[in-house]
Design a protein around this ligand. Structure first.
Ligand code: GLU
Length: 438
């Protein structure tokens, strides 16, 4: 089984989505189940509704899960396993107060050595009456594991001290709950962000202490840098999947972008389904990858072009397939759904002819043309050339004034795709599109 384990503590970051995509792909490639585990153990940081938002995003991207679990439902198992470790002497109660540990940290800083918890401190403050935490006894052997992206990773015993597995309130810590659940659900491989590289040896320590022998495959994804070259933080709006969707990027394009980032792929434009055929973790670059919105725009454009007219219309919330065909023409100057929507909506919106277009007033020409268009609209000719000749004749206008005013009335803009190409699709709406606002 593979899993994606989001915490419902904030917006879904593109790094999280990337991990979800890769775990999903591996599950499909191996014919294994895909589990979503909502890691809701940090009650102070959980945000109401974020779990549902994450599940909605996963659904939108087609990352459908076979099983769903809220980690807090497994607390009874975590407590049982912690008790087993205490009974076997592999874990112990620690009564150290925060102040005590802080003073020890200060001592380490002053002595210029790394702070490590010392097991002999566990019971110094036993009489304080405060409930103890539970710590897993440190390893006397080095911990090594193979990372599919980073290669062999080695952690010496002195880098890993006895760490907390159960807090004083009886709630398991992230590393303990995560390791227990990966064992309970028989997880075969874990793909997650690089920030978890140093958690992995702790989770392996938990497995060893519990006598769990399965070698889980690990892959830690290099961090995603913002356009400035610094780590992409929550403050970079492009790091939020919800924001990208709001901007009108298609899930298929975002998915294409995240799979292709720092990767060698057999083709440039592909779908999640295509990637199931060839994706390999080993071809991902080890070095951090930089987020490139221009590239995402390019891919989004390509994915919009691949859509049929009907799908384009639906995405623009229009019933009529011909609106999709119109939108397709506007793809020559739009890369996101929002840009496209803005252009198409302008066609159907009332035209404010008092607005200056490129600093010029075409209101007189527009007024004349509206009258001509209203007459012609019911029997407008099929060919643009004939239509143009008729409007010219009945309005008596010509040259720039004629063409600009015609374009403004038909499309709501003074620039855009060739009117001859737009005309057959605009023809059924002539009466409507020539509406003006005074
Ligand atoms: N809840 C952790 C996170 O969102 C999960 C990491 C993991 O996959 O183990 O970063």
């Amino acid at each position: 089984m593979l899993r994606f384990a989001p915490s419902p503590t904030g917006d879904m970051h593109i790094g999280n989505l990337r991990a979800a995509i890769f775990n999903y792909i591996l599950a499909k490639q191996r014919g294994e189940r895909f589990l979503i585990r909502i890691e809701d153990t940090d009650f102070t940081r959980n945000i109401e509704g974020k779990d549902k938002e994450i599940l909605q995003i996963l659904t939108l991207f087609g990352l459908l899960w076979d099983d769903l679990v809220y980690q807090s439902a497994n607390f009874p198992y975590h407590r049982q396993l912690a008790q087993k470790l205490i009974d076997e002497g592999k874990a112990f109660y620690c009564y150290c107060s925060k102040d005590f540990l802080e003073s020890k940290k200060q001592e380490a800083i002053e002595a210029k050595r790394a702070f490590r918890y010392d097991d002999s401190w566990a019971e110094i403050e036993k009489d304080s009456g405060k409930p103890p935490v539970v710590r897993l006894r440190k390893s006397t052997e080095p911990i090594t594991y193979h990372d599919s992206i980073k290669g062999e990773l080695h952690f010496a015993p002195n880098e890993l001290d006895s760490f907390v597995i159960m807090r004083e309130d009886g709630v398991p810590t992230y590393n303990f709950a995560c390791a227990c659940d990966d064992m309970l659900y028989d997880i075969s491989a874990i793909v997650r962000g690089e920030d978890h590289t140093s958690n992995t040896p702790k989770q392996i320590m938990v497995h060893r202490a519990l006598g769990y022998e399965r070698e889980i495959e690990y892959a830690h994804l290099p961090i995603i840098l913002g356009e400035s070259g610094k780590k992409m933080s929550k403050r970079d709006s492009a790091s939020s999947v919800a924001w990208l969707l709001e901007q009108g990027f298609l899930p298929s394009a975002i998915c294409n972008y995240l799979i292709g980032m720092g990767n060698h792929t057999p083709c440039e434009i592909f779908t999640l389904q295509d990637a199931l055929e060839w994706f390999k973790l080993e071809s991902l670059a080890k070095s951090p990858v930089r987020f490139d919105i221009a590239r995402l725009r390019f891919l989004n454009h390509a994915h919009l072009e691949r859509l049929g007219d009907r799908d384009l219309a639906l995405l623009l919330e229009r019933e009529d397939e011909s609106v999709g065909a119109l939108a397709r023409i506007y793809l020559e100057e739009a890369s996101t759904l929002n840009e496209l929507r803005e252009k198409v909506e302008r066609i159907f919106a009332k035209k404010d002819i008092k607005t200056l277009y490129e600093g010029q007033d075409f209101s007189k020409e527009c007024e004349i043309l509206v009258r001509a268009l209203k007459q012609i609209a019911p029997n407008a000719p099929l060919k643009y050339e004939e239509f143009k000749a008729q409007v010219q004749e009945s309005s008596g206008l010509k040259g720039k004034g004629f063409f600009k005013a015609l374009r403004i009335l038909l499309t709501g803009a003074s620039h855009g795709p060739d009117l001859a190409i737009l005309y057959p699709l605009l023809r059924p709406y002539l009466q409507m599109v020539a509406e003006i606002v005074d």
